[in-house]
Design a protein around this ligand. Sequence first.
Ligand SMILES: Cc1ncc(COP(=O)(O)O)c(C=O)c1O
Length: 406
Amino acid sequence: MDADRTHPLFAQRMDRLTVPATIAMAQRARNLRAKGEKVLSLALGEPDFATPAAVIEAAHRAALDGQTKYPPVDGTPALKAAIARKFARENGLDYAPAEIMVSNGGKQVIFNAFMATVQPGDEVVIPRPYWVSYPLIVQMFGGTPVYADCHEADGFRLTARALEAAITSRTKWLVLNFPNNPTGGTMGQADLEAVAEVLRRHPHVHVLSDEIYEHLLYDGLRHHSLAAVAPDLKDRILTLNGVSKAYAMTGWRVGYVGGPIPLIRAMTAIQGSATSGICSISQAAAVAALDGPADIIAQMCAVYAGRREMVVSTLRAIPGLTCAMPHGAFYAYPGIAGCMGRVSAGGHRLETDQDFAIALLTEQHVAVVHGSAFGQGPYLRLSYATSDDILKESCARIARFVDGLN
Ligand SMILES: Cc1ncc(COP(=O)(O)O)c(C=O)c1O
């Protein structure tokens, strides 16, 4: 019964919950490992650093102090106050505690927001390539994702023209995610102003601005929040963030959002019926992370920056590959159009980027995710949130794989 979603037990919405290609690739890599092969993985969107020690100590203290009871559904007063300080300090945004809620990771913020608002007939504009969860969650609630294409030549930014073309009278949301997963693309102040100009012409469109990679920026770039660039639109914007990526805290499951009170109340009502409040100890840890020294993030960023240089320069030197310089997050998104139609040394014909990713895994034991899993191929997504040694060896194997193509 496991895989058979047509069984009468299952609700119709399960038909729309397809298994993301990212999960399928991870499973392939696990299968190879189970056979004893040493697989190098650049497939995970997760920092390889340890959570800062001061954060872990704060969690320990909180547990010993008895912060072990059901917390409020929308977040502890201490964490909401720390989030309000963070928004003011780092984003120039003034959110009162009533305009803030804490969730089980940024992912539950998205789930709450769309569950509260999206129904059949509604459209959600999603810049493409996209993080796979956005369309999956939209579809789960019967909404229709409408894609606005972002191109390598534009640094994978969302242009005003692509946005304008995607909006209809049925559009309920625009999802913005910059710095971007999977491309590492960023949007500067002028880019966001152009988006805001379009949104002013369409007052029925709300924005979920997913800024979870805001701190992972290179080349001296500064992050801008849409709600700060366009304060007149603030009552239509949810500003999403979390501690997973910036503080290497993926397992603690703390995300948060600032937004208009009616929406925050509706999302809190949903969360109250789903998970209740977020782990009290994780919330205490998140206070320590947000109020802690900023140089922790700068140190991780400096390491990512060095890895980015190494990965991008190696990929660019491989004939048949292109690679836009990613200015944010921890992903490179090389184009592999020059490899399509060729045959690998192991005899695999490469018609799609998925063929490339599977053949690379099978023949060189390097796991990456193909771009079409994120809506745009032929590309690959490589995460450089892993050690220098693994990155060097993986890039060498990719070069060897491409060199062996006929
Ligand atoms: C673009 C983006 N948004 C949100 C998230 C959610 O992260 P979390 O639920 O760990 O806060 C992720 C995680 O991969 C992501 O890539």
